[in-house]
Design a protein around this ligand. Structure first.
Ligand code: SF4
Length: 291
């Protein structure tokens, strides 16, 4: 059977997928806002163990149509290893139609276009990636490990290779002083990438992260809830490419979504109606499960 090493994360849209942890933890694991894999040391699951799990899952769940590969950035694996995983999945799970994966921009930059093409042809379908911000200063301060030019290059490689690209950005990640630059540059980067999906999450401060310490020490002035709404409105105004926009994560103050740019006016009207009703008080200094 598939054995999971907690904590285990997956995108909301992978709720019906069978998850295989082909790597454990995140090979980067440095982002100042991220708590997800702080308790795990990055490692690759041994092939024998993974092979056994896939074969057994194929016998037990032959009807499974979707598989999601975890943990934080399994695309870090060498292309031949990933091809072997994909080939084994499709051979042993007869109904399998699509395989999705979490990736970092570094993972994509390290792969050649030919390798990405091979992976797509082998049945890797959808890549989830955190852009977080398009502002170089915010990317540097949050230790994302790439600048905005590299972020665009990485994401374009995914799109050009034929993957469906689902991206996330974080409202509030520039704090108070840099909110405009953060969101304007994020929209610029999104326009250069043209991802198929764009999710706007709201910043959550998790205990144990460097950002939490910076907040406690007064080094990161927290955005207000109203500022978050204004960031979302600015993002929706500035995104010009076709993308499915969602802001319905548990972190969001106002669940909203639509196809941009077609639904822009409708989405904007909802946000602008909510702005005066949104308290101008800072986000919680610690995420406690709900706002
Ligand atoms: S790359 Fe992603 S999973 Fe890894 S530390 Fe950064 S945000 Fe977290």
């Amino acid at each position: 059977m598939v054995k999971y090493q907690e904590p285990l994360f997956r995108p909301p849209s992978e709720a019906r997928s069978l998850i295989f942890q082909v790597t454990l933890g995140c090979s980067h694991n440095k982002c100042t806002f991220c708590y997800m894999y702080k308790t795990k040391k990055f490692r690759i699951k041994p092939w024998e163990e993974l092979y056994r799990e896939i074969v057994e899952a194929g016998k037990k769940y032959p009807f499974i149509k979707r598989v999601f590969l975890a943990d934080g950035d399994p695309l870090v694996l060498e292309a031949p290893h990933l091809l072997r995983i994909l080939e084994t999945l499709y051979r042993h799970i007869p109904a399998l139609e699509r395989v999705s994966i979490y990736a970092t921009p570094q993972n994509l930059l390290e792969k050649s276009p030919r390798e990405l093409d091979q992976l797509r042809r082998a049945g890797l379908h959808l890549v989830y990636l955190g852009i977080e911000s398009g502002d170089d200063q915010v990317l540097k301060e949050t230790k994302k490990g790439v600048d905005s030019r590299e972020m665009v290059e990485a994401c374009r490689k995914a799109v050009d290779a034929g993957f469906i690209l689902s991206t996330m950005v974080i409202l509030g990640l520039g704090g108070t002083p840099r909110w405009r630059e953060h969101i304007v540059n994020t929209a610029r980067v999104v326009n250069e990438i043209a991802p198929h999906y764009l999710a706007a999450l709201t910043l959550m401060i998790f205990p144990g992260t460097l950002l939490h310490r910076q907040v406690k020490e007064g080094k990161f002035p927290l955005p207000t809830m109203r500022q978050i709404m204004e960031e979302m409105a600015t993002l929706v105004k500035l995104v010009e490419v076709e993308t499915v926009f969602r802001s319905n994560h548990v972190s969001n103050l106002l669940p909203i979504g639509g196809n941009l740019p077609g639904d822009r006016e409708k989405v904007l009207a909802q946000i602008e109606a909510a702005i005066p009703l949104t308290p101008d008080t800072p986000l919680p200094t610690e995420y406690q499960g709900a706002f």
